[in-house]
Ligand binder design. Structure first.
Ligand code: C5P
Length: 238
């Protein structure tokens, strides 16, 4: 069988993870949410009252954290389900300290590359048959997957969307979850812009379109259309 790795990068609320999950299901591939790993490390630091600016301590936390993906929509850390906890705005607002920590990135990069090879149960895939051959694979989304983590991925997609549209999507998502609090649409947009700026301008592994990535603007696409477009890209490359 052959291995087909799909790297999906892009800014926050661009529809990466929703698209990646549906695509993985459709292809019978594993899905790895790299952002969830940075979120889990941030959560563990907060639980242990560790100063996020203390690079050495935060790195040690990353080293000790056992992060896994037992199911498509599930994230586990140290044996506990943290799927909902890591989406807290307290995490999102402070994550850039962890994401710009080189030691943390190195540790998570090793784990992400191992998972992409299928070494970790959560990333196991059954794949699909094509011309009498089984194609197995993985969909990984994040900020630096196509540039740093899997520079030789079989397919790289860079998702973009208008900031107003991304803000509205994130606002609706938080509202539906009952996690909006007292935030207005403007607050959500401000948070997204601040996180994008931090992701794009940090020194280590900034958010950047890989040269050989295909740009996909999802501003005026439905989720189903996004999935279909990337699905077609996969078949064009088989
Ligand atoms: O994708 P998600 O919004 O969950 O990512 C949360 C944050 O984790 C990002 O804003 C970014 O700072 C960091 N991240 C990263 N590299 C990745 C994935 C996420 O730095 N590959």
């Amino acid at each position: 069988s052959r291995l087909f790795r799909i790297a999906i990068d892009g800014p926050g609320a661009s529809g990466k993870s929703t698209t990646a999950k549906l695509l993985a299901t459709k292809l019978g591939f594993g899905y790895i949410d790299s952002g969830a790993m940075f979120r889990a490390v941030t959560l563990k630091c907060q639980q242990q009252n560790i100063d996020l600016k203390d690079q050495e301590k935060v790195k040690q936390v990353a080293q000790s954290a056992r992060i896994s993906f037992p199911a498509l929509d599930q994230v586990e850390m140290d044996g506990k389900d943290v799927s909902n906890l890591i989406r807290n705005s307290n995490i999102t607002r402070n994550i850039s300290h962890v994401a710009s920590n080189m030691g943390v990135r190195d540790i998570l990069a090793d784990q992400q590359r191992a998972m992409a090879k299928g070494d970790i149960p959560g990333a196991n895939s059954t794949g699909f048959e094509h011309n009498g051959r089984v194609v197995k694979g993985v969909v990984m989304d994040g900020r630096d997957i196509g540039t740093v983590i899997l520079p030789d991925a079989e397919l790289k997609v860079f998702i973009e969307a208008d900031i107003k549209i991304r803000s509205k999507r994130r606002y609706d998502e938080l509202k539906n979850k009952g996690a909006l609090g007292s935030d207005t649409l403007q607050d959500v947009q401000k948070d997204l812009e601040a996180r994008d700026l931090a992701d794009r301008t940090r020194k280590v592994a900034p958010l950047l379109k890989a040269q050989d990535a295909i740009a996909l603007d999802t501003s005026h696409l439905t989720i189903a259309q996004q999935v279909e477009k990337i699905y077609d890209m996969v078949y064009q490359r088989l």
